[in-house]
Design a protein around this ligand. Structure first.
Ligand SMILES: Nc1ncnc2c1ncn2[C@@H]1O[C@H](COP(=O)(O)OP(=O)(O)OP(=O)(O)O)[C@@H](O)[C@H]1O
Ligand SMILES: [Mg+2]
Length: 499
């Protein structure tokens, strides 16, 4: 039970998630935050602009009233002379003759103390606000300011008033109650906030629906990935759009194709190996089961069983060699002399069988070096030489050849044997494949697969040129410098002369 739960828990860690930590929730959260911030800053800016406009308008009206008072004072003075009765008389006559507008109140101060105010009852009595009166009494130039009263916000201007020949210092305060206008502004801002919240909520719902659609393929991707096991990688993700998620799904499907391929190649390989090993084992078993007491028959049986065991042993060695040649890190390239390589192959091949081995190589000292794995290339050539020996009669001619070109070298083994039918020429490079079975089995059919793997490890290729009855030429073409390695592009060093 414990062991069952552990992987489930782990997979929940990879795929399972808290709903708020999902991509969808995060995307949506950020989008809503952005919408919210935008709406909040628009609302803030609007409130600021409307308030500033209101103040501007009120200030204009107050300035207009101040101008009116100044004209009145000048008129009262009868030109430039002193006002009869001083500041107090000026204030009294002004308040008598001047009715403040609606929402406005006039207060006069003399020597820092409230003197008279306009007759109409204002929404709130400002003359009893000592702090406000003290602030107003202290002004030296006409000053505009905001204040708070029992009837809400107030905008006022305080104008110092002095009259010639009167030492008393007067101040006229014209105040406008702006609460009503401010109330309108606040109301519209509040409405806007409600509308904004509604918009955010609506965006959240619509965004959730949209993002559900957008991430749906991701969910399918996740579910498909979850449902894939080594035994079943046939499921594919449906690709609907060509957007990033569609591309991800396509990439994922491609990866599954490759895994599927690799998996079936592996299965096929195991199948082939099992199949190939079964034959020698069956032969050896049946021989041993019918082992007779006759010494001559016994030694025949031993010979057959030994032969089959040798075959299995060779197959095991070749399989290991094939696996090694296919490993990406198998290559141990070094700077080689082509002439030395050919000579080494020639000497080793000549020891394989009784044939007329010939060397087909003209040395070119300017193109003698190549960058390759000496051991693997020798192995490949020996496999080709072995095949040539197997498919030719005694004393038949076999050439071991080589040629250097500007960017590649060619190594070949040419025989005068029975050749290979065209239909078989492509097939024979696959493992466990032999042409013309009727001629009797000579090996496991792994030799050419090994040669091909070695050629591909060198970014090269193997080709066959043959026709039935006309011998066969197998040519290995290898780049002189490994194209994947820029270091090897330097000029070949120290070309050696062959004996
Ligand atoms: N020089 C050749 N002439 C004619 N046929 C050839 C020649 N070389 C290879 N073949 C054909 O190609 C088949 C595959 O060769 P390959 O070397 O892969 O396997 P093999 O020689 O049968 O076995 P192994 O090399 O594993 O011992 C051979 O069975 C043979 O039919
Ligand atoms: Mg072979």
């Amino acid at each position: 039970m414990m062991t069952d739960l552990a992987p489930a828990k782990r997979s929940a860690g990879i795929f399972g998630h808290h709903p708020l930590r999902s991509i969808r929730a995060r995307l949506l959260g950020r989008m809503l935050m952005l919408v919210g911030l935008t709406l909040a800053s628009i609302t803030g800016a609007e409130s600021f602009i409307l308030t500033a406009r209101l103040n501007e308008r009120v200030d204009r009206e107050l300035a207009h009233d101040v101008d009116a008072f100044r004209s009145f004072a000048t008129e009262s003075a009868g030109g430039a002379g002193p006002v009869p009765g001083g500041v107090r008389a000026l204030f009294l006559s002004y308040l008598q003759g001047h009715i403040p507008e609606h929402g406005q109140t006039l207060i006069t101060l003399v020597d820092g103390r409230p003197f008279r105010r306009s007759a109409e009852e204002p929404p709130a009595r400002l003359d009893i606000d000592r702090a406000l009166m003290a602030r107003a009494a202290a002004v030296r130039t006409p000053s505009y300011a905001d204040a708070h009263s029992a009837a809400g916000s107030v905008r006022y201007v305080a104008v110092p008033v002095a009259v010639a020949d009167d030492p008393a210092r007067g101040v006229l305060v014209i105040a406008t109650f702006t609460q009503q206008e401010r109330g309108h502004i606040n109301e519209s801002i509040r409405t806007q906030i409600y509308l904004g919240l509604g918009a955010v909520l609506l965006s959240a719902c619509v965004g959730w629906i949209f993002s559900t659609r957008i991430v749906a393929p991701l969910r399918i991707l996740r579910d498909t990935a979850r449902s894939i096991h080594e035994s079943d990688i046939t499921r594919r993700i449906p690709v609907q759009d060509r957007d990033e998620i569609g591309q991800l799904a396509t990439t994922f499907n491609d990866m599954l194709d490759r895994l599927d391929d690799a998996s079936s190649t592996k299965r096929q390989f195991m199948n082939d190996v099992g199949h190939e090993l079964r034959t020698p084992v069956t032969i050896a078993l049946s021989q041993l089961e019918t082992l007779s007491d006759d010494p001559a028959a016994r030694s025949r049986t031993v010979a057959v069983v030994t032969d089959e065991l040798h075959r299995m042993h060779r197959m095991a060695e070749e399989l290991l060699m094939l696996a090694k040649a296919r490993r990406p890190d198998a290559l141990r390239p070094e700077d080689l002399s082509l002439s030395e390589l050919i000579e080494e192959v020639y000497v080793k091949a000549a020891a394989l069988a009784e044939r007329r081995w010939l060397l087909d190589f003209v040395e070119d000292p300017h193109r003698d070096t190549l960058h390759a794995d000496r051991q693997l290339l020798t192995q490949a050539m020996i496999q080709l030489a072995q095949n040539a020996a197997q498919h030719t009669a005694e004393h038949a001619r076999i050439w071991i050849g080589g040629r250097a070109e500007a960017d590649a070298v060619e190594l070949w083994v040419k025989d005068t044997g029975h050749g290979i039918p065209l239909a078989d020429q492509r097939r024979i490079f696959e493992r466990f494949t032999r042409a013309e079975e009727s001629r009797g089995r000579t090996g496991a059919g792994l030799g050419l697969a090994i040669v091909k793997a070695i050629a591909e490890a060198h970014h090269g290729r193997i080709e066959v040129d043959s026709a039935p009855g006309q011998g066969a030429t197998f040519t290995l073409r290898i780049p002189r410098a490994d194209p994947a390695d820029p270091k090897t592009k330097k000029s070949p060093k120290n070309p050696r002369q062959t004996p």
